[in-house]
Design a protein around this ligand. Structure first.
Ligand code: PLP
Length: 465
């Protein structure tokens, strides 16, 4: 034991070791020396409690100590959760954090995070206020709804609405709309978890208003219409109009809820995109409650927006499920800032990254690809070509809509494409592309101009491994 203690190296001898050079450069003198001292202290303690003499001189070698120090320094330095470059061409990529926020929304988060705020305080009366008030008027203005409330995400909006209006009652939903969104959100399960009973009406491809009418009993509570989000039915199909559903619900004393999923606030057909239902039109058609996400096509933070009739929203305001799923203050700040970008004279398509990415003309994407390809030039051992590509909105929005795009296709010469993709993921700012045959595609629709240089440097670094 004392022999091992005596073999423990001095700090100075560790500092002079070859392996210390890069560590010193990466982490700085102070952090490195502190870590080395910590390692030495921990080893001293371990040796003193090693009554059975299990430790060997390997335990006190300079290499082992420096290797453990390096592991610890890297662990404390690198965040697990950090920014990546999304070159998949999927704009609202759920696994990569969905919508990137507009600068105004980021500033709003920053402002709110470091200060107290009037989150639930009415500055006029000096009395308690409601967090929902900060965005309600904005949502009403943008959707034409009488009232609105915001929860944690759209899944929570569905749960809360069904709990409030269908607990212990029946929910009528079309067999063609019992969608699985992904991440264990399946409509039949959500209905059950809300304490309601699902009554399936119609058939997979055709559901008529008479099917809903036939399914109504004295125990019915809600007519539910859901956006099919990630799939599309084509061919011999039918579904009743929103107006028909609203009329039937009103006549039968039921609540008509529409889960829109994505929820766009502006008409996107101008940008060559098919008409995804605009929230204001859905509200106008008579739904009691319309539910949509904050971080899909709206382009804001994670949130679930519930807009609709005042009587219905008022009931939700006091519901315990809404309290449990309420939106947090940072998301609320970002949501308000994002919604303001939809008001004139702002142009949301310019300032909201999701919409800007959808609306970027292909000529610009081509120019972006040219720029990246030129920056790579002959710096890399790979075949680099520009190819036309297909991008997607993602996030269960506009499921069938191919978006025309360009990609830089990189086929490495000295490593497999899988190894290349893995090196790109291992960069300090990971780059995520998509593999197609023996090449990696970096799609230009989900990146921005200011990322191109970083992508070029990252590709060079990855290919040099
Ligand atoms: C995406 C989606 C949801 C869930 O929204 P989150 O904001 O992810 O919770 C619910 N319903 C539909 C139809 C959706 O497309």
């Amino acid at each position: 034991m004392t022999a091992l203690l005596r073999q423990l190296p001095q700090v100075q001898s560790l500092l002079e070791h070859d392996q210390a050079v890069t560590l010193l450069k990466t982490f700085g003198h102070e952090a490195f020396v502190n870590e080395v001292r910590l390692q030495l202290q921990q080893r001293r303690d371990r040796i003193q409690s090693d009554e059975r003499g299990e430790l060997t001189s390997e335990f006190v070698s300079r290499e082992a100590i420096l290797s453990d120090a390096a592991t610890n320094l890297r662990f404390s330095r690198t965040d697990n959760f950090r920014p990546v470059i999304n070159a998949t061409g999927i704009i609202i990529h759920t696994n990569l954090g969905r919508a990137k926020l507009a600068p105004a929304a980021i500033e709003a988060i920053q402002r709110t995070a470091g200060h107290y705020s009037n989150l639930e305080f009415d500055l006029e009366s000096g009395k308690r206020g409601s967090r929902f008030d900060h965005v309600e008027d904005l949502i009403c203005r943008l959707t034409g709804a009488e009232a609105a409330i915001v929860v944690n995400n759209c899944a929570a909006a569905v749960m809360a609405s069904l709990s409030a209006f269908a607990f212990g009652k029946e929910v009528l939903a079309s067999r063609g709309e019992l969608v699985e969104i992904g991440g264990s959100f399946r409509m039949p399960d959500v209905i059950r978890q809300s304490g309601a009973q699902l009554v399936e009406v119609g058939s997979t491809n055709k559901t008529r208003i008479a099917d809903y009418a036939d399914g109504i009993t004295e125990n019915s509570g809600v007519l539910l219409k859901s956006h099919t989000s990630n799939f599309k039915m084509v061919g011999f199909t039918a579904a009743p109009s929103r107006e028909e559903l609203a009329e039937l619900a009103a006549k039968s004393g039921l609540t008509f809820i529409e889960d829109l999923g994505s929820g766009v606030l502006i008409d996107l057909s101008r940008y060559g995109l098919p008409d995804e239902p605009v929230v204001a039109d859905v509200v106008k058609s008579g739904a009691d409650l319309v539910l949509f996400s904050g971080d899909k096509l709206l382009g804001g933070p994670q949130a679930g927006i519930i807009a609709g009739k005042k009587s219905h929203v008022d009931k939700l305001r006091k519901h315990p499920v809404v309290r449990a799923m309420r939106i947090d203050k940072l998301s609320l700040a970002a949501l308000e800032a994002t919604l303001r970008l939809y008001l004139p004279p702002n142009n949301p398509v310019e300032s909201i990254p999701v919409l800007a990415a959808l609306a970027t003309p292909v000529s610009e994407l081509n120019a972006r690809a040219q720029k990246l390809s030129a920056l790579l030039g002959d710096r890399v051992s790979a075949n680099v070509t520009i190819v036309s590509s297909t991008a997607y909105a993602g996030g269960g929005s506009l499921p069938q809509q191919d978006l025309e795009s360009y990609a830089v296709q990189i086929a490495p010469l000295a490593m497999s494409v899988e190894a290349f993709a893995s090196e790109l993921r291992g960069l300090e700012r990971p780059i995520i592309g998509r593999i197609s045959k023996d090449a990696l595609l970096l799609d230009m629709r989900s990146v921005i101009d200011s990322e191109i240089e970083m992508i070029a440097n990252g590709v060079c670094e990855a290919l040099a491994k």
